[in-house]
Write a protein that binds this ligand. Sequence first.
Ligand SMILES: [Zn+2]
Length: 147
Amino acid sequence: MLAALGVGIPKAAAFTGTVNVTATPIVQQDLTRAAKFWQTVSLPDGATATPACRRLTVVKRAMTPARGNNGVLYPPQVIWAETRLGGCTISLSPAAWASRHQHPVAFCVTIAHEYGHALGIGDTAAIALMTDQPADRADTFCAHPPR
Ligand SMILES: [Zn+2]
């Protein structure tokens, strides 16, 4: 029944605008997990232990083209989330946001990866969590978070 609601709605029209999801419980939980995780790893040169911003904002919105490992440019339709290096806002694609309850570990890993960008760490295969290939990211702390 629900699927029928989407029939005839162009994909581009299915989502417009930016929605602030920072205060949602799953985002708050995963931001806390990410902050704890990044306290436990040695950071590369140029990264900061805490985000430059006092508070990170998490939004869902349409993606824009972005660069991954080694500067490879990706089109928006394959991008799950975006965060400027040292930035204050984590942007989640509508698909990433929609997956949060069905795939909570992957969602947690996404938040932690984007949190890494907020710390100033770029996409790199040298840090398991920071590769631009989601399937290769370490997820142990999300699957079994510290208490
Ligand atoms: Zn990234």
